[in-house]
Design a protein around this ligand. Structure first.
Ligand code: HEM
Length: 206
């Protein structure tokens, strides 16, 4: 019962930003007052991009939180990661549909010519791979390779943080906060790997 309630809470909180932006888009399309600023397309891109990074950082925070607090949060990691994918997909679709109207030659040119977009696209491609291999049966099928593949999340997080920093127009504070949180999480992961290796070496010597 407690597990069901916490799952419901996580899904409700995670879907709220998507419902809010959907509602604002509906108001905008109905020519009603909305909160999407004078440049709704840019607002939607920034909103969905920022929520993608937040969910990615949250996904990466689960293991450190479990280690430090012993809270049983691992069971929620996949759902939170998939919300990162959902917001990433909305961000990507917004760019493809509203920004470029599926003009493929312009999109390819943009990806090849603007390094910021190349970083974003590389990040999104990795996010798609992680989302489609997140199912239980792919985990079983891939065995040990699954863990190796899912280490991609670190490269993906670096790639989209660079994208975020390069895309932001004026204030770099938010991308810098994202980069700082990511650096702490990466350092903690390196520390965990180092202490695991040290333990193994100690056991072999004993
Ligand atoms: C998972 C992958 C991605 C993440 C996490 C992400 C994240 C972000 C973030 C946080 C911003 C906001 C910058 C700001 O606050 O001003 C942003 C902006 C932007 N992103 Fe992404 N992005 C991703 C992938 C992509 C892809 C694949 C594209 C297009 C091919 C793209 C195109 C853009 C554009 C055009 C902007 C600038 C919007 C504007 O202010 O006009 N992003 N992205």
């Amino acid at each position: 019962m407690e597990k069901k309630l916490s799952r419901l809470l996580i899904h409700t909180l995670s879907i709220l930003p998507a419902l809010w932006i959907g509602w604002q888009i509906w108001l905008w399309y109905s020519f009603l007052p909305h909160e999407l600023s004078a440049n709704p397309i840019e607002y939607i891109t920034d909103f969905t991009g920022n929520w993608t990074i937040r969910f990615l950082l949250l996904t990466l925070s689960i293991t450190p939180l479990v280690k430090l607090t012993k809270w049983r949060l691992l069971k929620y990691r996949r759902a939170i990661g998939l919300y990162a994918f959902l917001y990433g997909l909305l961000h990507f679709l917004n760019y493809m549909m509203l920004d470029y109207f599926f003009n493929w030659s312009l999109i390819i040119e943009d990806v090849l010519k603007r390094p910021a977009i190349t970083f974003g696209m590389a990040g999104f491609a990795m996010l798609v791979i992680l989302a489609i291999t997140s199912f239980k049966f792919t985990k079983i099928k891939l065995g040990k390779n699954w863990t190796k593949l899912h280490q991609l999340i670190y490269i993906l997080a670096i790639s989209v943080t660079v994208h975020n920093y390069m895309m932001v127009k004026a204030d770099v504070l938010i991308p810098l906060i994202h980069a700082t949180i990511l650096s702490i999480l990466l350092l903690y992961r390196l520390y965990l790997n180092w202490s695991k290796r040290r333990e193994r070496a100690k056991r072999q010597l004993a």
